[in-house]
Design a protein around this ligand. Sequence first.
Ligand code: ATP
Ligand code: MG
Length: 394
Amino acid sequence: MEKVILIKYGELSTKKDNINFFLNKLKVNILESLKGIEARIDYDLGRMFIHTNDIDKAIERVKKVFGIHEFNICYIIESNDFEEISSTALSLLKDKEFKTFKVESRRANKKLPETSIELSRKMGGVILKNIPDIKVDVHNPDILINIEYRLNNTLIYFDKIAGLGGYPVGTLGKGLLMLSGGIDSPVAGYLTMKRGVKIEAIYFESPPHTSIEAKNKVISLARILASYNHEINLHIINFTEIQESIYKNIPHDYLITIMRRMMYRISAIISHNRNCKILINGESIGQVASQTLTSMNAINEVVSMPVIRPLACFDKLDIIDIAKKIDTYDTSILPFEDCCTIFVPKHPVINPDKKRCEEYEKLIPYEDLIYGCIKNHEVLKITKEENKEYGDLL
Ligand code: ATP
Ligand code: MG
């Protein structure tokens, strides 16, 4: 008998035509997440198996791989022999505490004489006879005993462990996440990765108005995201000159609108250069002045590519719940200001006028400034490993 991790795909199984592409990517991503642990993976259209000597460590890693609906610790018996299967099941159940149980059988090997229901009943009978003070409960059992009779072997497994769901990262191409030090954008990145999108990230800093701590905070957030995604290129844009130029030349109620139009323009160019098909950000309808519908229009019009806002319709409290679950919250609330918060005017315009945006932008040489900061920008390769604190320069 071999002890393995059994992976179930869930939502993936709806991808009929290109299922093999998805499964192969899932396999590659799992192997990547298991780096440093000796492991082998095989799969068919319904099930994937991880063979490894370090099951506990492997489980912790697999919990952070997108595209897995649920997984189980599973025992493989190399036959369909009922005696062997029932005695194995009994010895495994010895270590478990339960008062009620249910046996669920699947019979992929249609040559077996009994139906699945008959097999479940037969196994239930053996268990009742051998373990005292327990009974069957088909509706709400303490333990579910799954037995799958396959063509060449039989699987026994009990409790399921929930996976993250979604699609394997990379199956849907690449997007550029506008990553600030706030609570929202890391959550937006996480939700997009869950849809199978690999991400690169872009951060706008304005030294000396923003501190090195603010930058390190964004690097830490990128690293937490990298633990789901393996590796994230973080583009760091020095935004100081643009920001100061806007501050000096443009009426202050339009500061944020124009600043965000510049961020979008720069992000779109980096996306184009890095083959990213979408921009992703943490905007949420109504959260601040720059996130009214009129503001979104005035800001969005400077780019022609899709801008995905996974949090557009989320309440802040729901966003915070996810941030805590994915472990970014504690880092996000560290008190280091990023460039938006420093240049916030007292009364930002709530309904910016597009024509006025264009007029104001003529007051600064923004195309040259954008070109300058893209040309000189820094790229960090962020990995999940702590010891590569600042990544390797690309
Ligand atoms: P908070 O969680 O405090 O709302 P936030 O990062 O969402 O923080 P917003 O002012 O709401 O801050 O910004 C909206 C979105 O714009 C962010 O979610 C992020 O995607 C993008 N953004 C803002 N500032 C930056 C920045 N300095 N670098 C990169 N992206 C930024
Ligand atoms: Mg926000």
